[in-house]
Design a protein around this ligand. Structure first.
Ligand code: NAP
Length: 253
């Protein structure tokens, strides 16, 4: 089973099904946050498990042989639950964690520990902020009323956002460098606020901000869960290929 909700998880499901489909059943688990998740190869289940014990029960009940935690680096609760559940159910676990972005000497990052710390300083960094922190974190910025926000979301909001002055753009990565340059220029952005998510799909905004010399309020990643980890889909496939039950099944087939 793949814990998903990321482009890497979707790519892993696609390539694992293509490579081992005859001998391996791939299930991707989604939290159900986005209204229109992209297409996924294999089985898909949606919704929380009810904490680590619920996930452990699911693993046992469904005979899950291996778990790959390919969730977003900021999805700390599900990753902690996955570690505990796999220990409890005795299921081998791998973390597929996208590589972080590397800071260029020209970058003007202001690193903070959490989104509310970003909100506390955004008004000092600029007047027109581009927020790419996810829908569930927008409310943190409601007190920073001197700032106009450009908010990028995956789904159109169902109700007014708790911000005094804002516009919404809806989009799902990957985003190109020309697209991101255009967002900054046409919206007269003077500060970018984002999570240190890493990976190539959303890196163009960081490059575009660097080119313009803009400050970037960068929320640091939460601490990673301990355990075996890789940072590419190919390495995760190699881990799967090395599993004893898969080796045996491939030998028989
Ligand atoms: P989170 O805070 O770590 O998890 C909150 C709860 O949501 C978990 O306790 C679990 O509920 C449920 N959950 C999370 N991921 C799940 C999954 N893949 N399958 C089943 N249940 C899941 O997670 P989050 O930050 O809200 O992120 C939710 C999902 O969005 C993740 O799949 C993540 O990969 C994706 N995502 C997150 C971000 C981000 O910035 N946080 C960005 C892009 C994508 P129970 O306790 O009931 O099991």
């Amino acid at each position: 089973m793949i814990l998903g909700g990321t482009a890497e998880a979707a790519e892993l499901a696609r390539t694992a099904a293509a490579r081992f489909g005859d001998v391996l059943q791939v299930t991707t688990s989604l939290a159900g946050r986005t209204e229109r998740p992209g297409p996924l190869a294999g089985h898909v289940r949606i919704g929380g498990f009810g904490g680590a014990s619920g996930l452990a029960a699911y693993l046992t009940e469904h005979g899950i042989g291996r778990l790959i935690d390919a969730t977003h680096p900021f999805a700390a609760r599900i990753s902690a639950a996955a570690r505990l559940a796999c220990e409890q159910a005795n299921v081998p676990r791998l973390v597929l964690r996208r590589p972080p972005w590397h800071r260029d000497p020209l970058d003007r990052w202001i690193e903070v520990d959490c989104v509310s710390d970003a909100a506390a300083i955004v008004g000092r960094a600029g007047r027109r902020a581009w927020l790419t922190v996810g829908a569930s974190e927008i409310a943190s910025f409601s007190a920073a009323t001197a700032v106009h926000y450009l908010v990028r979301l995956v789904d159109p909001p169902r109700r007014r956002l708790p911000l005094q002055s804002y516009e919404v753009i809806v989009g799902r990565g990957p985003f190109s460098l020309p697209e991101e340059r255009n967002q900054i220029e046409s919206n007269e952005i003077d500060v970018l606020v984002c999570k240190a998510s890493g990976g190539a799909a959303t890196e163009a905004k960081i490059i575009a901000a660097r080119e313009r010399g803009l400050p970037v309020i960068m929320v640091r990643r939460p601490p990673a869960e301990p355990g075996e980890a890789v940072d590419t889909v190919e390495a995760a496939l190699a881990w799967l290929a090395g599993s004893s039950c898969l080796v045996e099944a491939m030998r028989v087939s």
